[in-house]
Design a protein around this ligand. Sequence first.
Ligand code: URA
Ligand code: CA
Length: 434
Amino acid sequence: MRMYDIIEKKRDGQALSEEEIRFFVNGYTNGDIPDYQVSALLMAIYFRDMTEQERALLTSAMVDSGDTIDLSAIMGIKVDKHSTGGVGDTTTLILAPLVASVGVPVAKMSGRGLGHTGGTIDKLEAVPGFHVEITNDQFIELVNKNKVAVVGQSGNLTPADKKLYSLRDVTATVNSIPLIASSIMSKKIASGADAIVLDVKTGAGAFMKSYDEAKELAKAMVSIGNRVGRNTMAVISDMSQPLGNAIGNALEVEEAIDTLKGNGPEDLTELCLTLGSQMVVLANKAATVEEARSILEENISNGRAFEQFKTFLESQGGNSEIADDPTLLPKASYTIELPAKSSGYVDEIVADDIGTAAMMLGAGRATKESEIDLAVGIVLHKKIGDPVQEGEALATIHTNKEAIDEVKAKLYESITISGETVKAPTLIYDTITE
Ligand code: URA
Ligand code: CA
């Protein structure tokens, strides 16, 4: 088999066979096929697309390029959730204990990564003592015992995706539905879940800015998951403004606690109930999403979800007293209010820019080497559509630096106020099951 022929075939718009797809994925991973030939193929895929069958084959080939996590020793149907990324997305911290409280096993592998705030692991490390350095055996034992555990990423998962993603980054081929969908799904499948709930974000703070693009990506990922034997569904949700009110690591832990107690922000609560219900159904713990939702609501009001969160923190060395007394979480030295410069209705809270402001405070990593300040961040007091009076606080900035003029300027730039009433954006746009 020759790489030349594979490039030519895709250039002419034909579907590649399983053998051809495996040949280029394996050949590229082990260094036999050079960047320039794979670049040409990626560009051909960008323009010619891939059939649903090809996308599933590409995903499987990427999964098989490295290690896979074996969760078969965990009882029950393991359901994982994946979000395509947003600002202030605290859902994992809430969903893990919430669905575990219903008996759904949550075996979460998570990362740190770059971005506006830390990843799920960084956020959890705001809890004094909490650690994710546990062995695979301990991880499995904890999930069997408590239904929930979080471990740091280990092993060499999907090396093909790592190489292909770096190459896409420098060849203008990142923005391709078959390539994005196979990249995301290969990582989820290699992590061992039996079923997957996807939260595909759309809006200014999302990877997919328009609803149509988000829907296309959601459909592509759901098709891949189901073709490779993992029950998969997707929810398309809004990311035009940050989710919830808190953006920052310890601040989001506090927000998660509020939500588990039933006092969380409305949008964050609603999204968690929506995604959680789908997880419960995929895990066969309820027959319908309506039934699942009422069980989850019940476990919030009777305190089971909150107790599950405390058990989860303790089982990984964390001080669960933070749940009853959030002042035990890391605290910033200064809290500074951001007063509205005019009266009216909040028209825009550009999620991306709010995230950048949080990163400027130190809440996220700009480079792999940056250190995160777990205490700092932003708490919004207004969301799109809310009325506001001149001088009223739009947000509170939690900071360890006194000089934050640039952060304030960034926030003023990203929050706009209109003289006319503004409609709050739709939170859940769609549910995709096939
Ligand atoms: N995120 C991924 O993991 N892969 C992509 O291709 C795009 C976003
Ligand atoms: Ca939040």
